[in-house]
Design a protein around this ligand. Structure first.
Ligand SMILES: [Mn+2]
Length: 317
């Protein structure tokens, strides 16, 4: 049994609790909050700046109320979840006790006296919450064990970034009653119809070509560009370029690259920076996932990006 809680935190947990999650709360944050809420009677969940669509799914499965605006003053303890610094979950209510439970690499600056449970080796906050519930010898129901598993599942990218400890806790959660099939049912079901039809249109309009051993695919949609690009990589493309434009002449290009080509040195941010040099606008992202926003003909700009990708492929060793 791990020892995460000192006497002060144990006493704090008996207070009236405000479970504060980060802005645009994700599945890890919401599942951590609803699981704690299920075992700690005197607690309220607060998401001060919106909840992601999957986070909302968890909240609706748990059927619990979530406060939208933190009170100015909290007479009890504020528990900040999955939020490495106060700006990510604020505004913080005026309170005497704050406990932070988080797993991000870097911990920010919290008010003096804040109790910090920071375990960066954990792949999700849900895992820390599970250990805390065990340490308090409280009982999670099957349903909430499944919900915590949802937090682990999403924060590890469906266990792709899991470590040995992740699987130990996932296994303990199963022993507690979590059902891995329900995790899939909760998270992978019910994409909105508009998203499904858009993805299918992206596939229908897709063009692809081969350059050496690499495949470049492109398409055009009205929305959900990045999801469409991601799915084209799943289909087998090494580079996916998906554009959209609106009536005002603004366009967006969302791009993805396979891990395999990125590991050879291919970098989408360089490609899109070159587009901004020619066409203005702005770009940003990572080597394997980047976006461009600008003005102009989306087809022409996609073609430009494609040509730059071909040149970059020729320079790969
Ligand atoms: Mn997290």
């Amino acid at each position: 049994m791990t020892n995460l809680l000192n006497d002060k935190v144990k006493a704090n947990l008996k207070d009236k609790l405000l479970l504060l999650v980060h802005h645009h709360a994700d599945v890890d944050a919401i599942s951590s909050a609803v699981a704690l809420n299920s075992v700690l009677e005197n607690s309220t969940i607060c998401a001060s700046d919106g909840i992601s669509s999957h986070g909302q799914k968890i909240a609706s499965v748990a059927n619990c109320e979530i406060m939208e605006k933190p009170p100015r003053k909290w007479d009890g303890t504020v528990i900040a979840l999955d939020s490495p610094n106060p700006e990510h979950c604020g505004p913080l209510p005026d309170t005497n006790n704050i406990v932070v439970i988080d797993h991000h690499t870097r911990m920010g600056k919290w008010p003096e006296g804040t109790e910090i449970i920071h375990l960066p080796q954990k792949t999700s906050t849900a895992e820390i919450v599970f250990e805390i519930i065990e340490e308090l010898e409280l009982k999670l129901t099957n349903e909430y064990a499944t919900i915590l598993m949802c937090g682990i599942y999403t924060d590890t990218g469906q266990f792709r970034h899991a470590n040995g400890e992740t699987f130990n806790i996932a296994s303990e959660l199963c022993n507690t009653g979590a059902d891995p099939q329900d995790v899939i049912n909760i998270l992978d079901s019910e994409r909105p119809l508009i998203q499904k039809t858009t993805f299918l249109k992206a596939a229908q309009r897709m063009k692809w070509m081969q350059e050496g051993k690499w495949i470049i695919a492109n398409s055009v949609v009205n929305s959900f560009e990045s999801g469409s690009a991601r799915l084209m990589i799943v289909l087998g493309a090494d580079i996916a370029l998906v554009a959209s434009e609106n009536k005002k002449g603004e366009m967006r290009l969302s791009t993805r690259a396979s891990n395999r080509i990125v590991s050879k040195g291919f970098n989408l941010t360089t490609i899109l920076e070159e587009i901004t040099e020619i066409n203005g606008g702005s770009s940003g992202g990572h080597p394997g996932a980047a976006g461009y926003n600008g003005k102009g003909d989306s087809e022409a700009i996609t073609e430009m990006a494609k040509q730059k990708c071909i040149l970059a492929i020729k320079q790969l060793t």
